[in-house]
Design a protein around this ligand. Structure first.
Ligand SMILES: Cc1cc2nc3c(=O)[nH]c(=O)nc-3n(C[C@H](O)[C@H](O)[C@H](O)COP(=O)(O)O)c2cc1C
Ligand code: SF4
Ligand code: SF4
Length: 272
């Protein structure tokens, strides 16, 4: 293998993007970050490596923030980060660059790919046409990223001055607090009587943060806020307290299944 692509995903956008990157780069191995969450050190077996994950709260998911400093980058020559997002990446790429420095390496390239926004605590999901537009946009963007990565270029996305200002302000005002509390924000999840006790929520959770008690989900306080449980529940029974999520749609990337999300936590023998 020439490239290792580490990914984290809740509703499949980042996995779809990682798969497209792997196709474009050729000879790339996809490794779920959730499968490495208990590894103290993560040996990177290739000279080129990338991370693909969503933006959460104008930054990176905690599981990704905690993964990067554990990477053994001694044999790595080129690193890149691709964040998928709804519209505003905020400080996600800057935070990625800081974490790579902490790991004793360097982030050579950082990209943002606008996809379908899945944060239904704040807004509704959009319709079918928007999904098709997202797929076309992603393919185009991935082709550009592949070209830059293949050439081994430095390319850290910074956004325009207004976007930078807004991203910084949003992280300071909201993001930081939400990131700090992310793990226990699952206490705001509730389940409706319409629950059919199917166990899908516990099955898909990439970090085993749900146990079923008398057929109903109970959240265990080490949540990543990925929203997989909310979006994959077949009867949309999981809500976010105080938010109109009952009135909102559910979404997952059309090419990504519940099995794909669930399998992220499967242990992989390769990592050290
Ligand atoms: C908890 C949470 C926070 C989010 N915060 C942001 C954000 O700050 N900026 C943004 O553009 N999108 C944000 N989003 C949207 C996701 O980044 C976007 O939908 C992403 O593509 C989802 O990736 P996934 O399908 O791989 O999980 C957020 C989503 C969630 C669930
Ligand atoms: S409990 Fe739900 S939101 Fe939290 S990590 Fe698991 S699937 Fe994601
Ligand atoms: S996925 Fe939905 S219906 Fe199934 S157990 Fe969880 S909350 Fe209940």
């Amino acid at each position: 293998m020439e490239t290792t692509l580490y990914y984290f995903t809740g509703t499949g956008n980042s996995l779809a993007c990682a798969r497209a990157l792997a196709r474009g780069l050729g000879d790339a191995d996809l490794v779920p970050i959730a499968s490495l969450r208990h590894h103290e050190r993560i040996g990177v077996p290739t000279r080129r490596m990338g991370i693909v994950c969503p933006v959460y709260f104008y930054s990176l998911p905690l599981i990704v923030r905690e993964c990067i400093p554990r990477l053994d980058l001694s044999g790595v020559k080129y690193t890149f980060l691709v964040v998928t997002m709804g519209g505003l990446p905020g400080l996600a790429i800057e935070h990625g660059a800081e974490l790579f420095r902490k790991a004793g390496g360097e982030l050579h390239a950082g990209f943002a790919v606008r996809m379908f926004a899945n944060y239904i605590a704040a807004y509704n999901v959009r319709g079918e046409r928007a999904i098709r537009a997202m797929e076309r946009r992603m393919e185009r963007r991935v082709a550009e990223i592949v070209r830059i990565v293949r050439e081994g270029k430095r390319h850290l996305r910074r956004g325009g001055p207004f976007e930078r200002l807004l991203g910084r302000a949003m992280f300071r005002w909201f993001g930081r607090k939400f990131v700090d509390e992310a793990r226990t924000r699952d206490k705001r999840f509730t389940v409706d009587p319409s629950c059919v006790h199917c166990g899908t929520c516990a099955y898909v959770c990439p970090v085993e943060n749900i146990q079923l008690v008398d057929g109903l989900p109970q959240w265990l306080g080490h949540c990543e806020q990925c929203y997989a449980c909310i979006h994959f529940c077949p009867v949309a029974a999981i809500q976010v307290q105080g938010k109109p999520t009952r009135l909102r749609g559910r979404y997952h990337h059309p090419a990504v299944s519940a099995d794909d999300i669930a399998l992220q936590k499967a242990a992989r023998p390769k990592a050290t």
